[in-house]
Design a protein around this ligand. Structure first.
Ligand SMILES: Cc1cc2nc3c(=O)[nH]c(=O)nc-3n(C[C@H](O)[C@H](O)[C@H](O)COP(=O)(O)OP(=O)(O)OC[C@H]3O[C@@H](n4cnc5c(N)ncnc54)[C@H](O)[C@@H]3O)c2cc1C
Length: 820
């Protein structure tokens, strides 16, 4: 009988933990159960040891309910230990941690995501005005861009392009209408950058920089009204060209360690002696700097003479310095790989600025780092992810088309399984990248500033673009390798490392920021525990007691959920939708519990040292990223109206994400810092072995087929890019693809009837014979001829007279500046 009781007890415990029943209610239920048992025991024979154990269990449970007792025995003792093992957080780290908000990342860390809340999030949309700008000026600008000439001849945007960008307000996308800007949403900002990037990176970067972290964004959030009124209309109209200088030769990723200084002093401004700062800086890699009229500058403010009456080291500060100011050096250019946007160094020697040039005025001195981190919390999700998705979409569009146009062994290369594989990777990845982009933008436009999700987007979408473009290059073979006006891939391929490096280089973002920041910000209890142990008073101990017991409940619940969901292959949870995606909702719920449980164990085991375990942190970042991107894929499918024909893309993306989640978690557990624990946790979260494998060949084939034909899925996948209808590199591919597809039946009929495959060498002869013998009509014959000619034009690559290539003008390089 006691076994039955034990089974009921364990089952009840599991049920309570699985459903996250609050501690007090759980205790009440468990105590009632033991009391009921004590009463019932008169009816049966029960050994005395069992009665005794049951009594102890009931008393222990009640002990947990008496807060002063549990504090005395448990949480107060843990309090001191926690203070010791908690990560030490520097001021700049704290400001980075405080930046932004949490959103779906908190649902993932909870281990029990609320899918219905996600599905209630609105669909991405643009206002009429935004759509009109995208279809109007953005298309016109794209039409003006000749990638080859810009990158390889002018090494700059032509003057008419600069003028058009200014006149149409491209520099003021995010500036509110009240200040003369366009006041566009994050969704529109991203859509414009994406479209431009699908045509020419240089133009995209030129437009994106004034609309991301820089003077405009900083003024909007932190500027004084006077500064806003003066600068925002001038920035919106393009009268001022801004740049923002944070990076120094000595301080790259660790930007906060800069040596650039601003010393509080008195100086002359407009013929009057005023309080201000004397600046000295040496910055590099600054986009738009060579042509900037307004330099946003980050430096460390110091007040050695105590003129402001407080600390000597005032901290990182941001100011706006007109580049015409005496002592400012600007104008030289770096040459970033594959792209020719303006980028260069700047130096300042004893530049005096009045206090009113500090963004937000004197009271904002020392708040620069916080301002930058807050801006990045949202900004990282907009510009660079848009560039990344443009890379994915163009790779999908062009590779599918090229693989259908290009034949080898008499067959379009896309029909070979070897090419199907990279095509499927491009298609599935691009679908996932775009889904994540759109979902995050919706969150931004709702007012969220999800710092961790923005970092995920920055890392995953720029990295995803690299993988897509690499695959696209392989599919194109020599066509991708030979540069010239007919090449539409090489510049995108060359410039991939730029997006990967800027706004937080990817290795650092992956291995330090995503999980490190996510674990603290998005975890339901960790931050509360950390905040509680900052103090040592009674209130702090009470807060700690609540947090630590809730945290313990959270871990137990995730352990139970991970185990039960593992044993039932996800069937123990419900999906918010039916149909083919229900399975994926259940698997993501299962993996959220597994991730939440594993990350808690890593945090408990390593304490404050976890931030130095970058390999574990990187793997957990990958898990977190794919849990988020997987959710975005499912949401995107719903937003698109669940189109049946998109299922191969959804399946490929989800299978791949689940596989990466599994392998990343296994990597964490294999390398778990305490021996034995990893295997134990692995047995809990993967009790029946490895449940996920990469997308099947069948799914891959279906994805490839979507890219190799004209269909609604392909259109949705590539939506937002600029489709050229001109006789240029990409326009020729779209044109030929359409002709090749529409003439395919006629071409097969000719080949079958005349027992000879149609190719460039024989098509004139074969088509003529086929018309004469009535195999095809004259109309069909024209189509086949046009398709052959168009395909040939696509397959051609450029060559140049030797003289033109070998002529080399020695550039007037300036020797590199010394590290400063
Ligand atoms: C084309 C271009 C445009 C730019 N535009 C601007 C601009 O407009 N304004 C501006 O202020 N800055 C700009 N930057 C700077 C950029 O945003 C980066 O911050 C900067 O390039 C990083 O510094 P670094 O190149 O010296 O790399 P380093 O900091 O030297 O990093 C080298 C490598 O080490 C890795 N790494 C560093 N620390 C860690 C760590 N703790 N853990 C793991 N890995 C780590 C990095 O991820 C990277 O892979 C630009 C850079 C480029 C190349």
């Amino acid at each position: 009988m006691e076994f039955l009781y034990l089974a009921v007890l364990i089952f009840t415990l599991l049920l309570l933990a699985y459903n996250r029943v609050p501690l007090m209610i759980s205790i009440a239920i468990m105590v009632s159960l033991t009391v009921a048992w004590t009463e019932l025991r008169h009816l049966f024979y029960v050994p005395s040891w069992f009665r005794f154990a049951n009594g102890i269990f009931a008393v222990t449970l009640m002990g947990f309910a008496i807060k002063p007792l549990r504090r005395l025995l448990i949480s107060d003792r843990l309090f001191g230990w926690f203070r010791k093992v908690m990560p030490t957080v520097s001021e700049t780290e704290q400001e980075a941690l405080d930046a932004g908000t949490v959103w779906w990342d908190a649902e993932i860390f909870s281990g029990r995501p609320r899918w219905r809340a996600l599905l209630k999030t609105p669909k991405p949309s643009l206002s009429e005005k935004e759509q009109a700008f995208l279809d109007g000026p953005t298309d016109v600008l794209c039409h003006m861009l000749d990638d080859w000439k810009i990158c390889d001849h002018y090494r700059n945007l032509p003057e008419e392009v600069w003028s058009y960008i200014r006149e149409q307000g491209f520099f003021g996308l995010i500036i509110p209408e009240a200040y003369g800007g366009l006041g566009f949403s994050a969704q529109a900002n991203s859509a414009i950058v994406l479209k431009l990037a699908s045509r020419n990176q240089t133009a995209a970067v030129t437009v994106m920089v004034p609309n991301s972290l820089g003077p405009g964004e900083l003024l909007l959030h932190y500027g004084t009204e006077e500064q806003k009124k003066h600068y925002l209309p001038r920035l919106a109209s393009g009268e001022e060209v801004p740049c923002f200088a944070l990076t120094s030769p000595s301080a790259g990723s660790d930007a906060a360690s800069m040596n650039d200084t601003g010393v509080v002093c008195k100086g002359m401004y407009r013929s009057k002696e005023v309080l201000g700062l004397r600046l000295n800086w040496n910055k590099r890699y600054i986009t738009l700097a060579p042509v900037a009229t307004l330099l946003g500058l980050a430096f460390k403010a110091q007040d050695p003479d105590g003129l402001l009456g407080g600390k000597k080291d005032l901290g990182i500060t941001c100011a706006l310095v007109p580049t015409s100011t005496e002592g400012v050096t600007i104008g030289n250019r770096h040459m970033p790989v594959g792209s020719v946007f303006m980028n260069g160094p700047t130096q300042g020697k004893d530049v005096f600025i009045p206090m009113e040039w500090v963004i937000g005025g004197q009271e904002r001195i020392g708040q620069g780092w916080r301002m930058l981190m807050q801006s990045l919390a949202a900004g990282r999700a907009i510009s660079l992810p848009a560039l990344g998705v443009a890379g994915g979409k163009m790779s999908a569009l062009m590779s599918g088309a090229y693989a259908r146009i290009r034949k080898q062994f008499g067959v379009p290369i896309g029909f070979f399984e070897g090419i199907e594989e990279p095509l499927a990777r491009i298609g599935g990845r691009t679908y996932r990248m775009d889904a994540a982009r759109k979902l995050t933008l919706v969150a931004l436009d709702q007012g969220h500033r999800p710092a961790v999700l923005s970092a995920i987007l920055k890392y995953q979408l720029t990295e995803g673009s690299r993988v897509c473009i690499n695959d696209a290059m392989d599919i194109h073979g020599g066509k991708g390798v030979i540069t010239g006006p007919s090449n539409y891939l090489a510049h995108a391929y060359q410039s991939v490392p730029i997006s990967i490096t800027v706004e937080g280089a990817n290795i650092l973002t992956r291995s330090l920021i995503i999980f490190g920041q996510g674990a603290i910000r998005a975890h339901p209890w960790l931050l509360k525990e950390m905040e509680a142990v900052q103090d040592s008073g009674t209130e702090a101990r009470r807060a700690f007691d609540k947090a630590i017991f809730s945290h313990a409940g959270h871990i137990i619940s995730n352990l139970v959920r991970a185990l039960l969901l593992g044993l039932t292959a996800g069937w123990a949870t419900r999906s918010p939708t039916g149909g083919p995606t229900a399975h994926y909702y259940r698997q993501l719920t299962r993996m959220c519990a597994a991730f939440a449980f594993s990350s808690d164990l890593v945090l408990i085991t390593l304490g404050g040292k976890f931030k130095f375990k970058e390999k574990l942190s990187g793997r957990l970042a990958d898990t977190l990223s794919h849990l988020y991107m997987g959710a975005a894929v499912l949401k995107n499918f719903e937003d698109d109206g669940r189109p049946e024909e998109d299922l191969p893309l959804v399946r490929w993306a989800m299978d791949d994400s689940l596989y990466i989640i599994q392998e990343s978690l296994k990597g964490v557990l294999r390398n778990f810092p305490l021996p034995g624990i990893g295997s134990l946790v692995s047995a809990i979260i993967f009790p029946l072995g490895s449940p996920y494998s990469q997308a099947s060949d069948r799914t891959g084939k279906k994805v490839a087929q979507l890219l190799l034909s004209e269909n609604a899925s392909r259109e949705r996948l590539a939506a937002g890019v600029y489709l050229s209808d001109e006789d240029d590199a990409s326009g020729r591919v779209h044109h030929a693809f359409h002709l090749v597809l529409t003439s395919a039946n006629a071409e097969s009929a000719v080949g079958n009837a005349l027992k000879e495959k149609v190719n460039w060498g024989n098509y004139q002869r074969l088509v003529k014979r086929a018309v004469e013998s009535g195999v095809i009509t004259e109309e069909q014959a024209t189509l086949v001829r046009m398709a052959q000619q168009a395909a040939r034009a696509v397959i051609e690559v450029d060559d140049f007279p030797r003289k033109q290539i070998e002529e080399f003008e020695e550039p007037a390089f300036r020797p590199a500046t010394k590290s400063g």
